[in-house]
Design a protein around this ligand. Structure first.
Ligand code: NAD
Length: 480
């Protein structure tokens, strides 16, 4: 057990490490500073990379069963302190208890599930004359860079497979939400050898140092598409491996045969889970014109009667604040753009800038033009455009007309139609009559500019390895 309420330090080579200066961390529900974290110096960054490099030879030689057992134990340890981590997550990220519970227990479950995975050698050919195998060897030092919307879970999605595969890790949390990650890595030191898992805090510069460092072999990155492009080009210098989990503009397509009242709560949560600060949030809701008014009105009623926006630390809160001032300003810009272009709001639309925290009302935009910014871009906040459709081929084309391809969902009673439409969507995950179902055994990643590579499943584990083919001529060196 560790103290999660104070003393937020980096972990470098197994040592709790302060720096010469600190950076503040805010509670987004109050805009108050709740902690100061070390601002990692370049020297400390170099020390973290060197310690991960040193630890790699013994960690990669540790039998996989031992590595799996340690990763599973990390899951148990997190679960034993789940309550403290949930409270800390709400304080730094803003999400209410239900979301914090999902993320903390989800992180523990992921650690334990990924710990059951392995990549055995594949025998390609084995006869009297030759043996050919393909095996999977660990890549080396992984730089894990995570965003602020699911700070703990998205760190675990990288740490767990990296450690199981035999890699060592330097973790860099978002400057906005470093606390849970610093504390999780501190907790992990109780059972991990020094250097296997480091955590450094600071600004975006740290990310740039990581992508450029010749001794980091892979960058596992989750964040915006814009930053992802920088990561990819910087990583190119040393032909570093990258996994990129980037932005999305997920469409949801609602068929004419839905029951508006029954489907409205599901559509609401598809779009507004985590206060819509979610790569996989539904960001464009295409409703068949024959049920458009009914579904819109059912959503408005649900929002007005069932959804409370407030401080996540309060029990009755359903949606918390926007996580940080930068994002708050970005979301404000989308509200202003809608107003300036004369779009109608079905609900919401007015941000109270005098509120105690960075709060934004749940807002539905009533059938704006397809080429408006609120439809084309990723607002990453609780403002959702509702759009009408009538022709199946046309709605599929509109759903696919984006640089993104992360997720999508289709909703209807006619399962043939649901599957037919779903199979034509260009996205990494297509949910049919459900949404946001994830699993450690299910590949997750983006098509198009939503990413490169994947996380979770054996495909995700493979991304922390080099495949290596070994051939043996059994006749020996001398015989022809
Ligand atoms: P961001 O791109 O601003 O930051 C992500 C991380 O990258 C942070 O840790 C940041 O410090 C670091 N960073 C910033 N500049 C960097 C650089 N030049 N080189 C290396 N690292 C750098 O993203 P954000 O605002 O924290 O997160 C929101 C975005 O993340 C949204 O676009 C969202 O869709 C996306 N996201 C994607 C997924 C997914 O799995 N596809 C999941 C969650 C969030």
């Amino acid at each position: 057990m560790i103290d999660t309420n104070s003393n937020y330090l980096m972990t470098i080579n197994g040592q709790a490490t302060a720096s010469t200066s600190t950076k503040p961390v805010y509670n987004p529900a109050t805009k108050q500073v709740i902690a100061e974290v070390p601002d990692c110096t370049n020297e400390q960054f170099e020390a973290a990379v060197a310690s991960s490099r040193n630890a790699f030879s013994s960690w990669s030689a540790t039998p996989i069963e031992e590595r799996q057992a340690i990763v599973a134990r990390l899951g148990d340890m997190l679960e034993e302190q789940a309550g403290e981590f949930m409270a800390l997550l709400t304080r730094e990220q803003g999400k209410p208890a239900a979301g914090a519970e999902w993320e903390v227990y989800g992180s523990a479950a992921w650690l334990k599930a990924i710990a059951t995975q392995s990549l055995p050698e594949e025998v390609i050919e084995d006869n009297d004359e030759r043996k050919v195998i393909t095996r999977y060897t660990p890549l080396g030092v992984v730089g894990a860079i995570v965003p602020w919307n699911f700070p703990l879970l998205l760190a675990v999605w990288k740490i767990a497979p990296a450690l199981v595969a035999g890699c060592t890790v330097v973790l860099k949390p978002s400057p906005y939400t470093p606390l849970c990650d610093l504390k999780f890595v501190e907790l992990a030191q109780q059972i991990l050898p020094p250097g296997v898992l480091n955590c450094i805090s600071g600004g975006d510069d740290l990310g740039r140092w990581m992508t450029a460092h010749p001794d980091i072999n892979k960058i596992a990155f989750t964040g915006s598409t814009e930053t992802g492009r920088h990561v990819m080009s910087s990583a190119g210098e040393h032909v570093k491996r990258v996994t990129l989990e980037l932005g999305g503009n997920d469409p949801a397509i609602v068929l004419p045969d839905v029951d508006a009242k029954a489907v409205a709560p599901k559509l609401f949560w598809a779009a507004f889970q985590n206060n819509a600060q979610f790569c996989n949030a539904t960001k464009r809701l295409y409703i068949h014109e024959s049920v458009y008014d009914e579904v819109r009105d059912a959503l408005v009623e649900f929002i007005n009667t069932e959804v409370k926006v407030g401080n996540g630390a309060k029990e009755d809160t359903d949606l918390g604040p926007i996580q940080n001032s930068m994002q708050y300003e970005k979301v404000q810009m989308y509200f202003a753009d809608c107003k300036n272009n004369g779009h109608k709001f079905a609900v919401g639309g007015e941000i109270d800038t005098s509120a105690e925290g960075w709060f934004v009302p749940v807002t539905l935009v009533d059938n704006p033009a397809e080429d408006s910014r609120i439809v084309r871009e990723e607002p990453f906040g609780p403002i959702l455009p509702l759009l009408k459709w009538s022709d199946e081929a046309d709605v599929i084309a509109r759903a696919n007309d984006t640089i993104y391809g992360l997720g999508a969902s289709v909703w209807g009673e006619d399962l043939d139609a649901v599957q037919r439409i779903g199979s034509q969507i260009e996205a990494g995950t297509v949910w049919l009559n459900e949404v946001h179902q994830y699993s450690p055994f299910q590949a997750f990643g983006g098509h198009k500019q939503s990413g490169l590579g994947c996380e979770n499943s054996l495909h995700g584990l493979m991304e922390y390895t080099n495949w290596q083919t070994i051939t043996l001529n059994k006749k020996g060196a001398n015989q022809s």
